[in-house]
Structure formats: C-alpha cells, structure tokens
Design a protein around this ligand. Sequence first.
Ligand SMILES: Nc1ncnc2c1ncn2[C@@H]1O[C@H](COP(=O)(O)OP(=O)(O)O)[C@@H](O)[C@H]1O
Ligand SMILES: N[C@@H](CCC(=O)OP(=O)(O)O)C(=O)O
Length: 388
Amino acid sequence: MIIEAETATPRIREAIACARRVVVKAGSSSLTTPQGTIDADRIDALVDVLAAAKNAGRQIVFVSSGAIAAGMGPLGLTRRPTDLATQQAAASVGQGLLVARYTSSFARYGMRVGQVLLTADDLMRRAHHRNARRALEQLLAMGIVPIVNENDTVATDEIRFGDNDRLAALVAHLVRADALILLSDVDALYTGDPRHGDARRITDVHGPDDLADVKLGGSGRVGTGGMVTKVEAARIAGGASVPVVLTNAASAAAALAGEPVGTYFHPTRAQRPSTRLLWLAHATTGQGRLILDPGAVDAVVRRRKSLLPAGVTGVEGDFSAGDPVDVVDGEGRVVARGLVNYDAGEIPALMGRSTRWLARELGPEYQREIIHRDDLVILDRRGDEGAR
Ligand SMILES: Nc1ncnc2c1ncn2[C@@H]1O[C@H](COP(=O)(O)OP(=O)(O)O)[C@@H](O)[C@H]1O
Ligand SMILES: N[C@@H](CCC(=O)OP(=O)(O)O)C(=O)O
C-alpha cells in the first residue's frame, strides 16, 4: 500500500490511460440531491466527461446507481426507504427519470443510450450472463452507451446485489473491460473514514494484504455499502485482471486520463480467470451448506477432486439440484462453493456411502458426484477464488 506523500513524483497510470473499453460506475451520492431528486447539473458534467472519452475512441459502459434515491422526492419520501417494497417502488419511478435524463444529456452530443437492467440471477446463471454479454456487446458495436443498473424493481432480498459496486466489477469482467472507474462522493480510499477525524489518502493498493489496517466505514445518506463494497469490487475486478481507480465524480476526467488521482487498485492477477468460476465465487450466494469430513476437505481443496457422497457428514438448507451451495469444513469455515447435483432432500441417504455402493443399491444415476470438480471453486480465507 502506498499512502500519499508530498515528495512522491506522480506518474501517469498507463493501463488506465490506454484502456479502450472502460466501465464507469457512479454512486447515488454523485447523481442525486439529498432531497431525493436528480442532480441535473452533476449528471451533465459527468456526461460531458463520458462523451469526450467516447469521442476520443473509447467504449464506455456506464453503471449508474441512483434509481432509489431519484425516486424518493417524487414519492414524497424524506429518507431512503429501508423496506423492499418501497425500495422497489422508488426504483421503478427513479430509474425512468434517470434514464430520461441520460437520454437528453447524451443527446447534446448526438449520442444514444440504452438501458440495461440486470438481476443477480442474470449474472449467476451461465446462459443468462452470455445473454447479457451479447446485449452489451451489440450496444457497444452500435456506438450506444449502455446505462446499467440492478433491476431493483424485481429484485428480492434473498438474491440481490443492493450496491452497484460489485455489479460494476462483474460487468467489467463480463465485457472484458480494460479498466473500471468507481466514482463516489469521496475522492479516494483513506486510511479511515474521512468524515471522522484524521485520515490519509491511499494512492495505490497492490492486494488485499495492503488493506489489513484500513478502516472501511459505512455509506453516506443515499448510498449503499460504503467503502466495504467498493474495496470488494476492486478485489473482484483486480482478480479478473482489471485495474480499478476509485475517486469522485469531479475527478472523473483526470481518472480516465490516467492521472494519479484517487486510489489505484493494481490488478492482482495477470490473466482473466474462467468466467464460470469467477461468477460462482462472486455472483452467487450459497443456497445451503454441505459439511465435509477432513479427508473430503483435503480431496476437494488440496487435490482439486470432485466432492463424493462418502465425505459429506451433514447438509443444511433447502436447495435444488443445480443450485450453488457452500462447502464447509468441520469448524464451519466455507472452503469452496459449487453447483450441486442433488436436491437437499436426497443427500442424507447418500452421505457416507461409496459411489459404488450407491450405484448397486439405488441405481446407476446415483453414481454421480455430489459436486463435479468443474463446478467447484475453492475459496481462500478471504473468500477469494483460489488459483486453479
Ligand atoms: N476508509 C474510507 N475511505 C474513504 N471513504 C470512506 C472510508 N470509510 C467510509 N467511507 C465513506 O464511504 C462513503 C461512500 O460510500 P457510499 O455512500 O456507499 O457511496 P456511493 O453512493 O458513491 O456508492 C464516503 O462518503 C465516505 O465517508
Ligand atoms: N441499484 C440501486 C443502487 C443502490 C445504491 O445506493 O448504490 P450506490 O449508490 O452505488 O452505493 C439504485 O439504483 O438505487
């Protein structure tokens, strides 16, 4: 980690300056007023920057939060709703207003926008994310600026991103972006929440260990997730070899030019991981848990074997075949996540049995593994996808 020093010589960030395809994400606080209306001036200022980047030959995917915040004023709400139904209603009203505003703001430059609303499910299921990628690629090929948000009006509490930071990181991976710019109301990551006392700007982050002593606080009045979800997003993107800059909207042009503003999260991996495993690790939540004996943990985690019924000692949750489930050790630590081949109700009868015994007693269809190795992602202590 590098903390701002007055003597340091600032250098242009080549990877950002040369990035051709860039995902830019702006938080609610950068786009709306505290009264719960759209901040037209700030939107125009940001669109000025994005349009200039596009005119310079770059492709921009814009992930815009603010639907819920922009719906507050029109619905007479004085604070961000906390219940799902009112959030859905506010998002429904606010999203339409936001996109109308982007449409007219980009029209000043003769540019068109296309609304793309994604659910976590769209990013979780393989066929769906291929579909989302195709739509985004086609919009970019046609010179249209995709305006992406979570589809809050149909999102449920169980399966929802809630913040757009992780969504933006997954979209960056989805479209194979060269860079991700996260714009917030704070100009950088600091050693602690700058609203509370003395904190210093962090200019560079090289990996999760750099952040061990950083205090990540909660969000502002209209945002969600605070710094925690931004750092998480940077970790996901970095693990997918996408460099990230975190700064405020006023510094968007400088950030896109590669100037040393905000905080630069260096990619932690040179190559992109398989899309399937990245999604399994970061875009899914386990719908249940399988508890393993120590031999099975070793086979799955160290020897990268499929999970067989013989090593399973317990099952929790109500899931169906094909769902993502967490794989935990005897102490309850999540060591992997995978797509399970059986319904939860079938597993107790299989636990502890050899596949040969199961095939003989129950039929050949019971010879299959509980989770095939190709459908398993190993998670390390920090919840990172392990190297495979
Ligand atoms: N270590 C930190 N460094 C910078 N900002 C922090 C830190 N911890 C907490 N914050 C707070 O996080 C807020 C940004 O999060 P959030 O309100 O969710 O933004 P957005 O709406 O842009 O997504 C900032 O206003 C800042 O006060
Ligand atoms: N999808 C939601 C995003 C929620 C939110 O507040 O996100 P953010 O401001 O990025 O922390 C919306 O448009 O209101």
